[in-house]
Design a binder for this molecule. Structure first.
Ligand code: AHR
Length: 326
């Protein structure tokens, strides 16, 4: 039931996917509605590696403010050890709720067990950690495997199942890098003429996407590729710069496809330089704080709340561009 509500709030392709949900009420959220004191939430964010991440941070901060929730926000600069320190500090400060977006999948069990022992509920946003279910209340975010499949399906249709592909991977060990790789690989497996001949991390950053592609295009394998599949738009936009620098046409000589749906990707699609982006909605603030407030009122939440994806390409980008919110 709640999942359906979330799906309605964050619906994907072609709709106004970025529209935030309405807050649950006008009054500031309180500590379980008992003491009348403000609800205090500690949020450990991964960093500021991409435009997606910046939009995600803004959504969380804006939504907390709108609801009168005290947000203790910590930016880990893409380091797991910083996230673990931040979570420990939230435990020491006895916040009411801890929320976090795990930079990588593994290594969270000890610190989440400490939070559980301290009686502080944990909410997981965006990326999945590999921990037992009882260590968190709910995990809300996209289905990254499906995003990889959707990207592959678009490419299969476009190329008739024939492509020599270079893959720019996201942060090593992260759920979106693992899952977008897996979903894509599984979908192209039935097509013997589709091959990934190069795969390297660009850490979800534009500068790294550019650097990795520059090196690739100078290498012998660089001459053989006709597709770049990037795990996010920022790396794809960096790759586009590198392709142009060697005198080739991105979007034509080399097809470029990616994931996220940021505004710059739409601009690149209208210019014919990016061919397709699969949308991953970063505006998770409304769903996160709805979930926290429902939990505080004693309502039951689904363990997994999937935020749906959309997809846009050269044919739909221009119409959608004015609606983009991030
Ligand atoms: O976890 C979501 C991913 O993280 C986004 O696709 C990427 O841009 C970000 O850095």
């Amino acid at each position: 039931m709640f999942l359906l509500a979330a799906v309605a709030v964050l619906s994907g392709c072609g709709s106004n996917a970025a529209e935030p949900a309405k807050p649950a009420g006008d009054k500031p959220a309180t500590d379980a509605g008992q003491s009348g004191k403000k609800l205090v939430v500690g949020f450990s964010q991964i960093g500021a590696e991409s435009a997606w991440r910046t939009a995600n941070t803004n959504s969380i901060k804006a939504e907390a403010e709108k609801r009168g929730i005290e947000l203790k926000f910590s930016d880990a600069q893409q380091k797991q050890e910083n996230q673990i320190k931040a979570i420990r500090s939230f435990i020491d400060q006895k916040v009411d709720v801890i929320a976090f977006a795990p930079v990588v999948e593994t290594g969270w069990e000890p610190v989440l067990t400490e939070a559980k022992k301290a009686g502080i509920p944990v909410f997981v946003s965006d990326r999945r950690p590999q921990v037992p279910d009882d260590l968190y209340v709910t995990f809300l975010g996209a289905d990254f495997i499906k995003e990889g499949q959707m990207a592959a399906e678009w490419l299969i249709k476009k190329t008739g199942g024939k492509a020599v592909i270079a893959e720019l991977e996201g942060t090593t060990g992260s759920a979106p890098a693992n899952d977008r790789k897996k979903g894509f690989a599984e979908a192209i497996a039935k097509y013997p003429d589709m091959k990934v001949v190069f795969s390297q991390t660009g850490d979800f950053k534009r500068a790294n996407g550019k650097e990795v592609t520059e090196a690739l295009l100078k290498s012998p394998v660089g001459n053989t590729i006709n597709v770049i599949y990037a795990h996010n738009d920022d790396m794809a936009l960096g790759a586009i710069q590198a392709i142009e620098a060697v005198g080739k046409k991105p979007g034509k000589d080399i097809l470029v496809i990616s994931i996220d749906g940021i505004k710059d990707a739409f601009v690149a699609m209208t210019e014919g330089k990016l061919n397709c982006t699969t949308e991953c909605n970063p505006l998770l603030g409304p769903l996160l704080f709805d979930s926290i407030e429902k939990f505080k009122k004693g309502e039951k939440l689904e363990k997994r709340q999937i935020v749906p994806d959309g997809q846009f390409d050269e044919t739909t980008a221009a119409k959608e561009l004015p609606n983009r919110k991030y």
